[in-house]
Design a protein around this ligand. Structure first.
Ligand SMILES: [Zn+2]
Length: 75
């Protein structure tokens, strides 16, 4: 299994685990990231929301509950 590297070296996994983010409404989003500079990593959700620094986490068995992210993952 390769980590998912797309255009512009974006990725949706870290250590082969999906990157998720739980927002204040307790919705779980799937995330995509990019290393814009060495040591500077931007993370955003697949529904195009910005994820605060260090708020994203590696999936530990949670399900994505955001409908938009869920659909984006399935594509
Ligand atoms: Zn979402």
């Amino acid at each position: 299994m390769m980590d998912n590297l797309g255009r512009n070296q974006t990725f949706r996994t870290i250590d082969r685990k999906p990157i998720y983010w739980r927002d204040k409404q307790d919705s779980v989003h799937a995330c995509e990231g990019s290393n814009v500079h060495p040591g500077v990593r931007l993370i955003w959700t697949l529904c195009q929301r910005d994820v605060p620094a260090n708020a994203a986490y590696k999936c530990d068995g949670d399900d994505v509950t955001c409908a938009t992210c869920k659909q984006a993952v399935a594509e």
